[in-house]
Design a protein. Structure first.
Length: 140
């Protein structure tokens, strides 16, 4: 008995099981054609689902433009903030900074002037606007 059958209690459904096998013989060309048709149907369904969900993903997305020399906060990934700052959960920082924009690379991509202790972080990444009134600098 295969490990999949032991774990799930049924046979693993590979592409061979997509066709109904009423005969003992499997004809190679017909099987390949049927499998390709099923793969095409699956791709079309995935494309339709992606097209249906895309407008909802872009509802809250904003393309904010920054000027060169502006101060911005840098978004920290969830795993890296645990490693760097030693805090997990609600108290760990989501954004660090403020850092100066050096160069505009793309429509929403900017290069930042990062300090030496953050040299291993990629300097082109997601950021948000820094309010000039509030000083929220986290020292490493």
């Amino acid at each position: 008995m295969a490990p999949y059958e032991v774990l799930y209690g049924r046979k693993c459904l590979t592409p061979l099981y997509w066709t109904e096998l009423s005969e003992k013989q499997i004809h190679g060309v017909a099987l390949v054609r049927e499998t390709e048709e099923k793969v095409k149907v699956i791709r079309d369904c995935l494309k339709a689902a992606s097209d249906r969900q895309k407008p909802y993903a872009y509802l809250k997305r904003k393309e904010i433009e920054f000027q060169i020399g502006a101060k911005v906060f840098l978004k920290v990934s969830p795993w890296k903030k645990i490693l760097r700052f030693g805090r997990k959960g609600k108290l760990s920082p989501r954004f660090i900074g403020s850092y100066e924009v050096i160069e505009r690379i793309g429509p929403v991509a900017y290069r930042l002037a990062l300090p030496t202790e953050l040299e291993r972080i990629h300097d082109v990444c997601f950021m948000c606007r820094c309010c000039d009134d509030i000083v929220l600098i986290i020292h490493m």
